[in-house]
Ligand binder design. Structure first.
Ligand code: NZQ
Ligand code: ZN
Length: 390
């Protein structure tokens, strides 16, 4: 296991009925002028917007709104947010939504203090060390883990780039995780979010660092929780415990708990971000399509033991021959996504082979998968994996 520092200061307020009694006290610690950030309107349909506005009015907050944050949030929206913060002397950002709303808020928060265009903040990539406005989140979709980490992913459609940035100041100060706010998440987004959570766990699980039983066994448990609860939430969207388990696994899957102590980069995310950058598809769907194909591609005598462990401990596959067990585990992964009604080919989400070469080139250029992945992937490997998804 590698050395690591695990410092996640986000204050998690988990459970139902907390907003009414806790939200305004939380906000008052940072100031009165609030930028309220949200997406395309789901919070207006399910009543959360009215509830939040009502609380802010009673608390005499000054509220400026940035609405319409896109899934795969765009740099133009970040720029609008930075301008609003400056024009209105905003003290803090309240992000109400899924990963896209929270990510957009994080880069607005960092961009506020930067003299450069926010895209330059993104291009600075992972190690953002500057200041940021305080962020409070109300999560409405279990998926990215953005509610409890310092990362953000922003899209620049003009350049077909979807890039990640991250830093300690971008970590939310407080995140409200009320499972009832996810009752209205449609089945497609519930499945996509669950696939994203699973992918975050899988990406760190299949890693070159040895001796990480704690991280791996925690990951296996979290994966089983997602595999158990996603189908329940699909059939019964207002099952509180199913939604609660998905929500908490979302946060724990990407707050460092299962990733710290390991080195190396993720593979499927690097490949998926190019699909989203070029075709604007749903992140978790792209990951579900890629993951079993990537697993098959990197399965070999060198990697088989970890895949056999995955098959046994995550899927309960009882098979002694390791290669056979590994293949059954990969098939189970594919079958799970399929059973969640995820379209399991790239053409099914409107992607043909035309840009495979270009996307493969970008996936390698925007990451270090060629040298630092579980199994290093060159452009030709990425293109071959895309082809397996046809
Ligand atoms: O925009 P609204 O109207 O709110 O609708 C959203 C959106 O259409 C809807 N939705 C969210 N909560 C809902 C709801 N609909 C009904 N009821 C609710 N309670 O769901 C749709 C998708 O929302 P979005 O925020 O885009 O989804 P997600 O949370 O999956 O975020 C995806 C983005 O996060 C990035 C992805 O690349 C993508 O851009 N990621 C961020 C990470 C991070 N910050 O750590 C890591 C991830 O790997 C990922 O890359
Ligand atoms: Zn993800």
């Amino acid at each position: 296991m590698d050395n690591f520092r695990f410092y996640v200061p986000t204050d998690i307020r988990f459970g139902k009925d907390r907003l009414a009694t806790e939200l305004t006290d939380v906000l008052n610690a940072y100031g009165k002028n609030v930028l309220l950030v949200y997406g395309g309107g789901s919070i207006k349909k399910n009543g959360l917007y009215d509830q939040v506005i009502d609380l802010l009015e009673k608390n005499q907050n000054t509220v400026v709104e940035l609405s319409g944050v896109e899934p795969n949030p765009r740099i133009e929206t970040v720029r609008r947010g930075v301008a609003l913060c400056r024009e209105n002397d905003v003290d803090l950002i309240l992000a109400v939504g899924g990963g896209s709303t929270i990510d957009c808020s994080k880069v607005i928060a960092a961009g506020f203090y930067s003299d450069e265009d926010p895209w330059e903040v993104i291009k600075g990539r992972k190690g953002f060390q500057g200041e940021a406005l305080p962020i409070v989140t109300i999560l409405t979709l279990a998926a990215t883990g953005s509610e409890m980490n310092g990362g953000a992913v922003i899209t620049n459609l003009a350049t077909n780039q979807k890039l990640g940035v991250g830093g300690p100041a971008m970590m939310p100060k407080v995140s409200f995780l009320d499972p009832t706010t996810t009752f209205t998440v449609p089945a497609y987004q519930t499945a996509a979010g669950s696939a994203d959570i699973l992918s975050h766990l899988v990406e760190s699980y299949f890693n070159i660092t040895e001796g990480t039983d704690v991280q791996d066994f925690v990951s296996e448990g979290l994966m089983r929780a997602v595999i158990k609860n996603c189908p329940i939430a699909l059939v019964t969207p207002d099952d509180y415990d199913a939604r609660a388990n998905l929500m908490w696994s979302s946060s724990l899957a990407l707050n460092g708990l299962t990733r710290n102590g390991k080195h190396g980069v993720w593979s499927c995310h690097a490949m998926e971000h190019e699909l989203s950058a070029f075709y604007d598809i749903t992140h978790g769907i792209g990951l579900a399509i890629l993951t079993p194909r990537w697993m098959n591609y990197v399965l070999s005598e060198q990697t088989v033991s970890k895949f056999a462990q995955f098959a046994q401990n995550v899927w309960g596959i009882d098979e002694e021959e390791p290669m056979l067990a590994a293949k059954k585990g990969i098939q189970a992964t594919y079958d799970f996504f399929k059973a969640c009604d995820i379209p399991m080919t790239l053409p099914a989400v409107g992607i043909d082979e035309e840009k495979f070469g270009e996307m493969a080139k970008q996936a390698v250029a925007h990451s270090t998968i060629k040298t630092d992945a579980f199994v290093p992937l060159a452009e030709s490997d990425v293109e071959a994996i895309y082809r397996e998804c046809l």
